[in-house]
Design a binder for this molecule. Structure first.
Ligand SMILES: C[S@@+](CC[C@H](N)C(=O)[O-])C[C@H]1O[C@@H](n2cnc3c(N)ncnc32)[C@H](O)[C@@H]1O
Ligand code: SF4
Ligand code: SF4
Length: 365
């Protein structure tokens, strides 16, 4: 299966339109057997970004499919989500794009809040045209993604961005939150590379002084397809991404090796997440660019039942490949410098397995 994907002549990360029909999937699973519990939805409301970070698909593709989502389409999507998925709580108005580029972002936030979902944004914060109106509408949470405190360091991970502009915009955001008494939780996502570790303390102080939280995590080569390319046809990935590999916390192959003993045959993204692009088309998960639908399909989320979506996603070839390689475990795990800290869900599963083994051993004795 891996060979099937990797034998394709990728020049860049797999763009949806370039995927051949043989990756299309059939509806084989009995919907009544599916137990998906969708709790979060990621919706790209634009298909572009103002930056081109080397480890992001935006930095490695000509374009991401989808245009600019209309408010009308978004309202219909939210109404359907509400009725399809009773456990859905969180709407993330981004996946591979910059939400602040949509000039109607304040209305999007308002619609999400009125539907009683929690509205989440994540932004590079180089562009804040509508920020005041966004904050007036009190989004539930905003993440600010960055990778350094000085321009020399920041630009390595955030190509085309300007950290001084970001810092200025962070101050503006802090002031707006105070001005409108917004309850929005702001967290700085400090994306770690070996080259930017020494600037964490300066950014931490800056963020905390503004009343924001800060979390740090290692950069990865974003996108399941990117990781597959890196593993099997490294010569096909962009040079700028290649250059950043030695700056990662661990080399991806080494990390996959460390994780290989963990269960690979389930994926929380598959079971708990629904991702839509700016056209309203269903994506496989937040980490994959391969659509779970046949290519000639013009179906959007609005045309599909939850069972159809679930069935198609669970049969998608990309998941089998991803699980074979253990990429799903890598994506679903949090780890730091010396130890791998697995997500609580995986940890719980392992704990249960160990308990079973222990009681079986006791029983045998
Ligand atoms: C692709 S970004 C899209 C949203 C927005 N443009 C931004 O950068 O925050 C989605 C999430 O990926 C995270 N991210 C960005 N680069 C990353 C990397 N190299 N490795 C892991 N996560 C990354 C960001 O912090 C963000 O929350
Ligand atoms: S990580 Fe965010 S800011 Fe960077 S290119 Fe991707 S979408 Fe844009
Ligand atoms: S198995 Fe991989 S491709 Fe499939 S949903 Fe999980 S992370 Fe995405």
């Amino acid at each position: 299966m891996v060979c099937e994907i990797l034998s394709l002549n990728f020049n860049k990360i797999t763009a949806q339109k370039k995927i051949p029909k043989k990756l299309a999937v059939q509806e084989q699973v009995d919907p009544s057997e599916l137990k998906d519990k969708i709790i979060e939805s990621h919706i790209d409301i634009v298909s572009v970004c103002n930056l081109s970070c080397p480890t992001c698909v935006q930095g490695n593709m000509d374009s991401i499919s989808g245009g600019v989502m209309s408010l009308d389409l978004f309202k219909k999507i939210i109404t359907k989500l509400k009725s399809d998925f009773p456990d859905l709580k969180d709407i993330f108005l981004y996946n591979w794009t910059e939400p602040l580029l949509h000039n109607k972002l304040p209305e999007f936030v308002e619609i999400v809040n009125k539907a009683d979902f929690r509205s989440h944004l994540s932004a590079n914060l180089n562009h804040i045209k509508n920020l005041e109106d966004v904050i007036k509408n009190n989004p539930y949470a905003i993440r600010i993604s960055l990778s350094g405190f000085t321009q020399e360091v920041y630009q390595k991970g955030h190509r085309d961005g300007n950290i001084e502009t970001v810092k200025q915009n962070m101050k503006t955001l802090s002031n707006l939150i105070k001005k409108y008494h917004a309850s929005t939780k702001v967290t700085v996502n400090y994306i770690k590379y070996q080259h930017n570790l020494f600037e964490i303390p300066a950014m931490k102080k800056f963020a905390l002084d503004l009343g924001f939280n800060i979390q740090t995590f290692w950069a990865c080569l974003m996108g399941v397809e990117t990781t597959l390319q890196y593993l099997h046809t490294p010569e096909k990935i962009e040079k700028s991404m290649h250059d950043l590999v030695p700056q990662l916390g661990r080399e991806p192959r080494e990390l996959l090796n460390l994780l290989k003993s963990y269960n690979k045959r389930s994926c929380s993204l598959l079971e708990h997440q629904l991702v839509l692009n700016a056209n309203g088309e269903v994506q496989q998960c937040c980490a994959s660019l391969t659509p779970p639908f046949p290519f000639n399909s013009k179906d959007t989320y609005l045309d599909l039942t939850p069972e159809q979506i679930s069935s198609r996603r669970h049969n998608a070839e990309i998941c089998k490949t991803c699980m074979d390689e253990g990429i799903n475990v890598m994506i679903g795990s949090k780890w730091d410098d010396d130890e791998l800290v697995l997500h609580s869900k995986i940890k719980n599963k392992l704990y249960k397995i160990r308990e079973k083994v222990r009681s079986f051993k006791k029983f045998v004795r």
